[in-house]
Design a protein around this ligand. Structure first.
Ligand code: ZN
Length: 151
């Protein structure tokens, strides 16, 4: 399957590789309020997202996982973009990103640097890599961590 070298022009490729190599939000939270994980078996991508909600706002977010640069860089980028935002805004960003990658729509300005993944829309095999983080984020805000479990 083609990697970012083949899919993206130089500017976007560098941006994606920078997020892939040096994500600022990779790890886990000491006290997440919500957590979800997801898999893209066709590529072997795995992503876990943890958030700490303050009321209805994403106060903190981390992701962890493994897989190709497209899956991991999109998780890092989406995570940065939605941190500090209300859940509704975060989901709106995730859905607009999916509209671009899944349906080939023009990038909405709300998705910021995620515009870099526009080229993925042309490569069906990589669409699931790019949208995995958006899917896990949507699951995550609906999946409260049970404070009694695991401790
Ligand atoms: Zn992948």
């Amino acid at each position: 399957m083609p990697g970012p070298e083949a899919l993206f022009d130089e500017l976007y490729r560098d941006l994606i590789l920078e997020y892939y190599r040096s994500p600022k939000n990779r790890g886990s939270l000491p006290q997440p309020t919500h957590r979800a994980e997801g898999l893209n078996p066709t590529c072997g991508d795995e992503i876990t997202i943890e958030v700490k909600l303050d009321g209805n706002t994403i106060e903190e977010l981390t992701f962890d996982g493994q897989g190709c640069s497209i899956s991991q860089a999109s998780a890092a980028m989406l995570g940065e973009l939605v941190t500090g935002k209300p859940v509704d805004d975060a989901l709106h960003i995730a859905h607009r990103f999916e509209d671009m990658v899944l349906r080939g729509e023009e990038p909405d300005p709300v998705i910021g640097d995620l515009e870099a993944f526009q080229g993925v829309a042309k490569f069906h095999a990589r669409v699931k890599c790019a949208t995995l983080a958006a899917k896990v984020l949507a699951d995550c805000v609906e999946s409260p961590v049970d404070a009694k479990a695991g401790g």
